[in-house]
Design a protein around this ligand. Structure first.
Ligand SMILES: Cc1cc2nc3c(=O)[nH]c(=O)nc-3n(C[C@H](O)[C@H](O)[C@H](O)COP(=O)(O)OP(=O)(O)OC[C@H]3O[C@@H](n4cnc5c(N)ncnc54)[C@H](O)[C@@H]3O)c2cc1C
Length: 397
């Protein structure tokens, strides 16, 4: 059993990707000499989004901040071994650089993808616009007559082992001094507009200078403990892994169809998903896979663009949840309005795994220096939630 101190400089509520990234970057920061406690009830992480994700990273966002956040994720992955190794050992990340391929089936959509590509190129992303001939040449298994074109990302985009990313970060954070306790935060004491302590299910009360809300889909419940509203709700997302009778002998990038169905290769299989037709909040414990989605919605789309996908069978599926920010499907980071030592890292809406490193670094800067240094993340702060001013991001998958 973990012996707890009566007080920590920083307490993270939730110890999956975000709680662990914050703990990691604090413990790596030579200017931070405080103590870090990560409270996490489920050390299997079975119900966390972090272990139910589809584990991909891209540069193709439409908001410059999202591009920069993910580009740091790419850098972090490039130097993963040096970043997380403990005694020369690190988990195998198995990154496969395939790019993301956004398909357009009419000229308006193609023009939109092309306009966005200019901003992406200006932000340093690698993207190329393709017409059907070029699509057929690169991806001969596709029926390019179904599209007028596409936008393809570079090989810095791709997929990896998400569990390895998270475990590497967590293990190094523990090695470098972060304490993890198997417990649940059930209440937070606020005195004169500042968090003073957190109350755990075990009955312990732990003093804290900073509390970080890293509770994923349950972030809204943690915010309520300090009297703040957060428009983040759990939305069901089902992942399917399938086999194809005639396997594809070519790169299969993470392909996003105009209908919002996405697919990619996963080792010797293929992985896919989509948003449900009725996309509203579900119960926090509802992690059911929506099996009907494959037959009703996904399969016809797969077979339309890839004729070989007419003959497939599903070999695995699982339910998951997005921590969906209903204001603008972007993350909320930094201090919580009137409660300035309560920090949000929430509302990632499906792209948090790749943003974890940049978010951990940003929060560590905020706690250590009182400002964001590497990337000014203030536009993604809580003020926009209070004022109801969305940050625009058009490429939500
Ligand atoms: C189907 C799917 C596909 C995805 N694909 C991608 C992808 O390809 N690329 C990408 O970048 N992102 C992807 N994501 C998103 C990514 O998984 C999440 O943004 C990221 O994992 C969020 O991490 P987190 O730590 O905030 O939340 P979580 O991983 O959900 O962790 C929250 C933790 O908080 C703990 N907790 C909750 N309440 C309390 C409490 N009261 N006290 C203490 N602890 C508590 C929970 O036990 C949990 O472990 C996907 C998500 C899903 C569901």
């Amino acid at each position: 059993m973990t012996e707890l101190r009566s007080h920590y400089d920083v307490v993270c509520v939730g110890g999956a990707m975000m709680g662990s990234s914050v703990a990691y970057f604090l413990t790596q920061n030579p200017d931070f000499d405080g103590s870090v406690l990560v409270v996490e009830p489920d050390w299997t992480y079975d119900n966390a989004q972090t272990t139910r994700a589809q584990n991909s990273i891209r540069e193709q966002f439409t908001n410059d901040l999202n591009i920069r956040l993910s580009r740091f994720g790419i850098e972090f992955i490039e130097h993963f071994h040096e970043n997380v190794q403990v005694d020369g050992v690190s988990p195998e990340l198995n990154f496969r650089g395939t790019g993301y391929l956004f398909l357009a089936d009419d000229e308006d959509r193609y023009a939109q993808l092309e306009r966005e590509s200019l901003d992406q190129l200006a932000a340093g992303a690698e993207v190329t616009m393709l017409r059907p001939d070029a699509i057929s040449e690169r991806f001969p298994y596709m029926d390019a007559t179904q599209v007028v074109g596409a936008r393809l990302g570079g090989m810095r985009e791709g997929s990896f082992d998400g569990w390895a990313l998270f475990q590497g970060i967590r293990r190094r954070a523990i090695h470098d001094g972060a304490t993890y306790v198997k417990d649940r935060v059930v209440d937070i004491d606020v005195v004169d507009g500042r968090v003073r302590s957190v109350v755990l299910a075990s009955g312990a009360t732990v003093g804290a200078d900073w509390v970080v809300n890293s509770a994923g889909c349950r972030a809204k419940l943690i915010a309520e403990m300090v009297g703040l509203e957060l428009p983040v709700e759990p939305r069901a997302r089902t992942s399917f892994v399938f086999d194809c009778r005639t396997p594809i002998d070519a790169i299969v990038p993470l392909t996003i169809t105009p209908a919002g169905v996405h697919f990619r290769r996963e080792q010797n299989h293929y992985m896919c998903g989509t948003a449900p037709d009725v996309d509203t909040a579900v119960d926090y414990d509802d992690l059911r896979a929506r099996h009907d989605e494959f037959e009703d919605k996904i399969w016809p789309v797969l077979a339309r663009y890839v004729p070989q996908f007419d003959q497939v069978h599903v070999v695995a599926s699982w339910g998951g949840q997005y921590d969906y920010n209903t204001l603008d499907h972007n993350l909320v980071i930094g201090p919580g309005g009137d409660v300035e030592n309560f920090l949000f890292v929430n509302g990632f809406s499906g792209h948090g795994l790749q943003q974890g490193p940049a978010v951990g670094r940003g929060v560590s800067e905020w706690i250590t220096y009182g400002e964001f240094r590497a990337i000014d993340l203030r536009p993604l702060g809580y003020e926009r939630i209070v004022s109801g001013t969305p940050i625009r991001e058009d490429a939500v998958i």
